[in-house]
Design a protein around this ligand. Structure first.
Ligand SMILES: [Zn+2]
Length: 457
């Protein structure tokens, strides 16, 4: 079926509904693509008049929309799904660290390939991926995904700060050699309980000098708030003992995680705060005044018993917010439909008000909102002439979609991962009629079983 054409050849993709995001859905719409870019988005008859003789790929009963932007993932933990399903955040992270130690580089790579495949088959075209091992880069590159691949950094012993930064810098140089046109490298200081204030500050300075973007887990759990505020709790005691940091001193800072980070000058428009569950109005003011963006991960936060991030307040403060699936180790599947649905139900339920979020708001956050949060909205996030051709098609011929009154409603309340049948990134078809074009599904499944056996051994 549809393949990428010659660079100068125009391909016209037609569907029952085209959803540009920046304008109203178009019934019987079409998107014309030339090389890696979108050249037209309009009703089909107008596009076909403008490009007579162009090859037409007619998806018929489908929604055609921009690919989802997953602001926060950990592809390398795809094989951890279903391993720890019933722990609160503190015990969960302790057990997770134990499992992590059982895997080596090739295992993480195998897991990341599976994660990349899942993203593509569920309509995610861009990931903000946090990498512990750095192995995910191979999977991202081969899969054809667009990404900001963030290298994680951990360290709370300031006696080794210079060594940590030197190693990190070396690793980043190594990663930069492996990026293609669609991948950018970022920095990911892991969290307030695994990264010292000096290391946070050093990373922020390093990134600013080089124009790199930074993201970090911020205010995810109650355990984190207790750790920063009082210097105690599970993260201060059990976690430190588990990773061999129990000989290092710690102190209570008496503030929230957000105010703690503000003191070390890490916030700016180049910083994305992942989670932001435990934030109050003053924390939100601080982040908004620094133009910090947020990755909202409602499923992971709820599943680990962390709570519900105050999304309506973050949006009311004018913050740039996108969705993140977080890692399959916590949220099991990287499914933006699940994130959209969880968000709308949670926030409407908690506020007892349907006005807090509607289906169109959710789709905006999953596409252009995520692109804004990642500062990629000049290239992606909507279907508009001049933007890169990142788009997906969702099959709506099934009973659970019929009849479609409103494509936003169909997408948020009705669609699932498996309804996606076409994914294009940068003009390249990476998934077509449910067939992966860049990855070997059989090999990935076999490799994943081996990783599973190692995790269970
Ligand atoms: Zn995470």
């Amino acid at each position: 079926m549809a393949e990428t054409g010659a660079p100068e050849e125009i391909q016209v993709y037609r569907a029952t509904w085209v959803m540009p995001i920046t304008s109203d859905p178009i019934y019987d719409g079409a998107v014309a693509v030339k090389g890696d870019s979108i050249v037209a988005v309009a009703p089909f008859d107008k596009v076909s008049d403008a490009f007579p003789g162009a090859r037409v790929i007619d998806f018929q009963d489908a929604l055609l929309l921009p690919g989802f932007v997953n602001c926060h993932s950990h592809l390398e933990y795809a094989c951890f799904r279903g391993l720890i399903d019933n722990h609160n955040f503190g015990p969960w992270i302790l057990e997770f660290i134990g499992f992590k130690a059982r895997l080596n580089g090739p295992d993480y790579a195998a897991s990341a390939y599976l994660g990349a495949a899942e993203c593509i088959t569920s309509g995610i075209t861009t990931v903000g991926d946090a990498m512990y091992s750095g192995e995910s880069l191979k999977a991202i590159r081969q899969s054809g995904l667009r990404a900001r691949a963030y290298q994680e950094a951990l360290g709370i012993d300031d006696a080794h700060l210079d060594d940590t930064m030197a190693r990190l810098s070396e690793k980043l140089d190594e990663l930069r050699e492996q990026t293609g046109d669609l991948i950018e490298i970022g920095l990911f200081p892991h969290a307030t309980y695994t990264v010292s204030a000096s290391l946070y500050r050093a990373i922020a300075e390093y990134a600013r000098e080089r124009g790199m973007m930074v993201a970090s887990h911020v205010a995810e759990s109650n355990e984190e708030t207790i750790y920063i505020r009082s210097g105690t709790g599970m993260l201060a005691l059990d976690l430190r003992e588990k990773v061999g940091w129990d000989h290092l001193s710690r102190q209570p800072f008496g503030v929230t995680p957000v105010k703690y980070l503000q003191q070390w000058n890490v916030f700016g428009p180049d910083f994305m705060a992942v989670h932001c569950v435990h934030v109050g109005p003053r924390d939100i003011d601080v982040m908004a005044s620094h133009d910090v963006s947020v990755a909202h991960c409602p499923k992971s936060n709820a599943k680990l018993g962390c709570g519900i991030a105050p999304l309506p307040a973050l949006l009311e403060a004018g913050m740039r917010v996108g969705f993140g699936t977080d890692s399959p180790a916590s949220s099991n599947i990287m499914d933006m439909f699940g994130e959209m649905r969880t968000a709308i139900f949670l926030h409407r339920g908690v506020r007892r008000d349907t006005r807090v979020l509607n289906a169109a708001d959710c789709v905006l956050m999953a596409t252009l909102g995520g692109a804004r949060a990642m500062r990629m909205d000049d290239r992606i996030g909507s279907l508009e002439p001049g933007k890169q051709a990142d788009m997906i098609a969702v099959d709506i011929k099934f009973n659970h979609f019929t009849p479609v009154h409103d494509p936003y409603s169909a997408l948020v309340y009705g669609a699932n991962q498996e309804d996606v049948f076409f994914t294009m990134v940068d003009g390249r078809v990476v998934y077509d009629r449910k067939v992966l074009k860049t990855l070997d599904n059989e090999k990935m499944t076999a490799d994943a079983l081996e990783v599973k056996n190692k995790l269970r051994s």
